[in-house]
Write a protein that binds this ligand. Structure first.
Ligand SMILES: Cc1cc2nc3c(=O)[nH]c(=O)nc-3n(C[C@H](O)[C@H](O)[C@H](O)COP(=O)(O)O)c2cc1C
Length: 171
């Protein structure tokens, strides 16, 4: 058993406080590679992963997600990664989630903090969302499934939220 690898998976927490420093390209590459190497149904590799680091696009994504509130839903993290999949493709959502989770675990292994940020598909249906998709070269039939905030952790690691007692049935 690779206890160190298991420990990294167990230690991952949703972090909601980030330093402003940008992560290195090496760290971003390591995270994105984990997304690309995630399993996908029938190996269709349906997800497209968008890494947002430029200030102008980061601001635009925050604007889209925050719906006018002045709270940053990405908690100030300097990198946002969004997973898109084509509409109505077999197991597309599952493929997106597999990529997302691989990347979050890779982020922990790369010494980074992360937090899953819900990205309902309707968000990119708005005109501003469509404009971003166009600028990023995404076809019109893609929908966002999830996003994550990534960066260096600021502040204390939160306690692990307690897990329910009946999570597992072993038969
Ligand atoms: C589908 C999904 C959506 C989530 N959306 C958000 C979100 O929008 N904002 C947020 O701060 N955390 C979000 N989370 C993180 C959960 O709140 C977090 O995983 C949960 O509280 C357990 O904490 P842990 O990740 O530290 O174990 C989301 C997690 C999942 C799986």
């Amino acid at each position: 058993m690779n206890k160190e690898a298991l420990q990294l998976i167990y230690q991952r927490r949703s972090i909601r406080e980030f330093k402003q420093d940008q992560i290195t390209n090496e760290q971003l590459d390591a995270v994105l590679k984990a997304g690309v190497l995630a399993p996908s149904a029938m190996n269709e590799q349906t997800p497209v992963i968008v890494a947002v680091q430029s200030q102008i696009y980061r601001d635009a994504v925050v604007e889209l997600k925050s719906l006018g509130s002045d709270k940053d839903p990405f908690y100030g993290a300097p990198t946002i990664v969004i997973v898109f999949v084509p509409k109505r493709r077999y197991a597309a959502l599952e493929n997106a989630v597999a990529a997302q989770m691989n990347m979050m675990n890779a982020a922990t292994a790369a010494g980074l903090a992360s937090c899953w940020v819900h990205m309902p598909k309707e968000i990119f249906n708005q005109m501003e969302g469509k404009q971003l998709m166009y600028a990023w070269g995404l076809p019109d039939n893609m929908i966002s499934v999830s996003a994550m905030a990534i960066g260096y952790q600021a502040g204390e690691t939160p306690e692990m939220p307690e897990r329910k007692k009946d999570y597992i049935i072993r038969v």
